[in-house]
Design a protein around this ligand. Structure first.
Ligand code: B12
Ligand code: SF4
Length: 458
């Protein structure tokens, strides 16, 4: 068999980092005797160039990985391949397929769909396609038998330490330095890394639920440090972006990772651009993080209203958030605040409070996003019941489009407030000049301009 995994493109996006999930699947497949090739669509800016490369490649099993905003493109590619290369086995996986597998199967009836993590299930699927095992034994698989849709429950990987490290030999790190989460970085080459999966908290808007789930599965500090050493020594990596759902849930593990970095004299800079839950961390931990190379943390603040935070199921209130941001800032770490406009209970007054709260925190950057009721999230259910979700195409499911239309706060109002928030936050004496000084390269400047254009057009 000649299996190929494709990270489905989001043409022209300013965001991109190595397709970590696919590299994990490939290394696990290798240990089970399958050699799987990779094509990263994130490196293509238009469909023509991508299709040219795809059809130059020899494959008979195609695995497509997509989020919600690019699931339509995944389905289009699947249909195109089935038309041009009949007989190819196509399977769609990733976060969107994990959330609503039946919907994806309905859109692509001739495809297989896989919900959940692929390290064990994808090689099992390859065995089943080769006739060496039964499809009924492949965890998370949605498939048709005699026209009838069948499905097997997904199985979360319990021991993450047992996984082989991702197939980094297939990643050209030099290509992933633009548009990483949070746009900024200090050193190249850099990469993303995940030390744990899942999060026990129940934030109403969080789209991780279907995939990584509520149980927190963590790798040992030792295992994480070995991977970092490999990245540094073998691949020359100089900066790590930790993309966990909740890296600091057990502070003692994070402390062990930081102490290990120092004890082993591993020279990296690192940050948590996806967000960190840090309400329970004290100044000593932030100091240790800083000493071990951490220079930037993103805080999911979301709102300046405690009522909204409580309704959204956030584990921290505004005072806890203030305490942790202030402690991180005092430790010399850059602080970034993520805010969401349009959560349950939002009014013009609470938006105003959020902007004031953002300005009152020692934040270096603030990111004001619009609420996106992703499929599978609790807020989507509430909003569908109250009829405030707009009929937006799935391609609009990124953080730049207004998908909710609240009473007294329309989608249009939310967009206007968002622009105002950006203006008020950045156009303060000293802030803009300080932040512009951090634009250290043309790449970052381009990514920033792209971002500003999206915010403006949204
Ligand atoms: C790193 C990251 C990114 C990176 C890179 C993503 C990538 N290609 O890997 C970048 C910065 C590009 C990114 C962008 C965005 N992201 Co993002 N991102 C993440 C993050 C934090 C970690 C992803 C990761 O590396 N996970 C670790 C690996 C091991 O898991 P994985 O990639 O999911 O892969 C596993 C399974 O999904 C499965 N699998 C995956 N693909 C396939 C394919 C097949 C065939 C099979 C069988 C299985 C399979 O097996 C893998 C191994 O177990 C997740 C949060 C999360 N918990 O997943 C959010 C997340 C995926 N992102 C999210 C969002 C919303 C976005 C944006 C839309 C936000 C925005 N700014 O607009 C943009 C997309 C825009 C764009 N143009 O790309 C949401 C997705 C929601 C949704 N339903 O789509 C998530 C879940 C965050 C959240 N909690 O809301 N993101
Ligand atoms: S703390 Fe972060 S990962 Fe956990 S549920 Fe909330 S938003 Fe999701």
């Amino acid at each position: 068999m000649r299996p190929l995994l494709v990270n489905v493109p989001s043409y022209g996006s300013h965001l991109g980092s190595i397709p970590l999930g696919l590299l994990y699947i490939i290394s696990s497949s290798r240990t089970r005797g399958h050699d799987v090739a990779l094509l990263d669509g994130a490196l293509f800016s238009n469909a023509r160039a991508f299709e040219k490369r795809l059809f130059e490649t020899d494959f008979d099993v195609l695995g497509l990985s997509a989020m919600t905003h690019n699931i339509g493109e995944a389905e289009r590619i699947a249909r195109l391949v089935q038309e041009k290369r009949p007989g190819t086995t196509v399977i769609i996986g990733g976060v969107h397929a994990s959330t609503v597998p039946e919907e994806v199967t309905a859109e692509c009836p001739d495809c297989y769909v896989m919900a959940g993590e692929g390290e064990e299930a994808f090689p099992a699927f390859l065995n089943a396609v080769a006739g060496k095992a039964s499809l009924a034994d492949v965890a998370g698989l949605f498939y048709r038998e005699d026209g009838v849709l069948k499905s097997n429950p997904p199985k979360a990987i319990s021991d993450l330490d047992a996984l082989p490290f991702p197939a980094y030999d297939l990643a050209d790190f030099s290509k992933y330095t633009v548009g990483v989460h949070g746009l900024f970085f200090m050193r190249k080459p850099l990469t993303t890394l995940v030390t744990s999966r899942g999060c026990p908290f129940k934030c109403s808007f969080c789209a991780k639920t279907a995939l990584t789930g509520y149980s927190w599965r963590a790798r040992s500090a030792e295992n994480v440090l070995s991977e970092i050493e490999l990245l540094v020594r073998k691949y020359g990596i100089r900066e790590i972006h930790f993309e966990d759902d909740n890296i600091a849930l057990k502070p003692e593990r994070l402390v062990a990772i930081c102490e290990g970095l120092l004890a082993r004299r591993i020279d990296i800079t690192w940050k948590c651009p996806h967000g960190i839950y840090a309400a329970h961390l004290d100044r000593n931990v932030f100091d240790l993080m800083r000493r071990s190379g951490c220079y930037s943390l993103s805080f999911g603040v979301e709102s300046g209203s405690d009522e909204i935070l409580a309704k959204a199921g956030k584990a921290a209130d505004t005072s806890a958030i203030r305490r942790s941001v202030e402690a991180a800032h005092a430790a010399g770490i850059e602080c970034i605040g993520f805010f969401i406009f349009g959560l349950e209970g939002e009014t013009p007054e609470t938006v105003r409070r959020t902007i004031d709260f953002a300005k009152s925190l020692p934040l270096d950057w603030a990111q004001f996003n619009l609420c996106v009721p992703f499929k599978g999230t609790p807020i989507r259910e509430t909003y569908l019941q109250s009829g405030v979700v707009t009929e937006a195409a799935l391609a609009m499911y990124d953080v730049d489009h207004a998908i909710v239309d609240l009473p007294g706060l329309s989608a249009r109002d939310l967009k206007a407030w968002r622009l105002r928030a950006f203006r008020e936050f950045y156009l303060r004496p000293g802030i803009l000049v300080r932040d512009l000084r951090r634009i250290a390269s043309l790449d970052i400047m381009r990514a920033l301009l792209y971002r500003l254009r999206n915010i403006w057009r949204a």
